[in-house]
Design a protein. Structure first.
Length: 365
């Protein structure tokens, strides 16, 4: 793969152009061949849903038909035959069109990826990514994943996970862009103010002491969090020209730097059939890639100062000492800079307490 999101030959014609039925069938067969097992999780879920719906419908129709027979006798038989036929035919038609639309969607995204020198994967269960959204809940799934590998690894995808609340559950959906960096960096989060409602829309809260104010208009667009003691490192990474790129191109996206990854998050779909969305995302990534290359020169001085080699050399226990000024720390981040400290949010506990108080009050009255 030689093209990239940075490439000037952006081609979105496959997203809206005609879809040849034979090519759609061939691509669907190719996707099935890529999977390690013949029965996917989606197929199993679909079969279970059909069985459950069938059982429920049998019970409903059995009750209705029993009542019709008691009231109308033999004259009601045509109605009894017509109703299930119409229901089954309508359900089958809806299921067919949904299945067909999904196949065409996957084909279009696959053709779009190929036209732009990238690759497409329809689903990845439990993607092993370190970002804050990827370790939550159950049923973790990335879908419609589009990847490019040059000039660096970039992944576009839609992601979902489910969190249970007692007997109920909520499924959360995100769109993300994952960019592989050259070296590990401190855990830094840019909470975009433009996509917040009543507070941050991020699934994690961070201690206020880790907030860092930057110069210019940056604080009007993002709230930046960095680990304590890494304020100067954040200023080194977010120079005025890089801050300008984030303001101009990514002000509606939340950003997380963690290990050797940079993630861009949004609550809307990233991998979509909308050419305008792809043009925007390619522009965002292309604008950032031209600047974040300089991040590869960052080193954590704490590793050199606290490492055994530096300590032994300073104490004179080594037979020789490296020349002064020529010791460069290895790529990496000291433990205190690898993860931001989370803040406990009291809102769920407050809601629970209010609910319990209302329940007790209703019982007493």
């Amino acid at each position: 793969m030689t093209a990239s999101p940075q490439s000037s030959t952006f081609d979105a014609s496959a997203l809206t152009g005609p879809a040849d039925p034979q090519a759609v069938r061939a691509f669907a067969a190719e996707l099935r061949a890529r999977r390690s097992s013949g029965v996917s999780v989606g197929n199993v879920v679909g079969i279970v849903v059909l069985v459950v719906v069938g059982v429920v419908m049998l019970g409903v129709f059995g009750s209705i038909f029993g009542d019709i027979l008691r009231r109308g006798g033999a004259s009601a038989l045509p109605v009894m035959i017509a109703v299930p036929v119409v229901v089954v035919a309508g359900g089958s038609a809806i299921g067919f069109f949904v299945w067909r639309a999904n196949r065409i969607r996957r084909y279009r995204l696959g053709a779009f990826a190929q036209a732009n020198g990238m690759e497409y994967t329809d689903r990845i269960a439990s993607p092993g990514l370190p970002g804050m959204i990827f370790g939550l809940g159950n049923g973790r799934l990335s879908t419609d994943v589009v990847r490019g590998r040059r000039p660096r690894f970039v992944e576009f995808g839609n992601y979902q996970y489910t969190i249970k609340h007692g007997k109920s559950s909520t499924t959360y959906r995100w769109g993300y862009v994952a960019v592989r960096l050259d070296v590990p960096l401190p855990n830094i989060v840019l909470d975009a103010l433009g996509n917040n409602g009543f507070g941050s829309n991020l699934p994690a809260s961070f201690q206020r002491a880790q907030r860092l104010s930057l110069e210019g208009d940056f604080d009007r667009h993002f709230t930046l969090y960095c680990p304590g003691g890494y304020e100067q490192d954040a200023l080194y990474l977010f120079t005025p020209d890089i801050m300008a790129r984030f303001i101009d191109h990514a002000a509606q996206l939340d950003v997380e730097i963690i290990d050797d990854w940079m993630f861009l998050y949004t609550k809307r779909q990233v991998s979509t059939l909308d050419p305008a969305t792809w043009a925007w995302l390619f522009g965002v990534v292309g604008a950032l890639l031209t600047k974040i290359d300089q991040w590869s020169r960052w080193r954590d001085d704490r590793l050199a100062a606290g490492g055994p080699a530096g300590a032994d050399a300073a104490s004179g226990r080594l037979p020789f000492a490296p020349p002064a000024g020529l010791v460069t720390p290895p790529p990496g981040v000291a433990p205190q800079g690898r993860r931001l400290k989370r803040r406990v949010t009291w809102l769920p506990f407050l809601v629970l307490a209010v609910g319990m108080a209302l329940w007790f009050w209703s019982r007493l009255n």
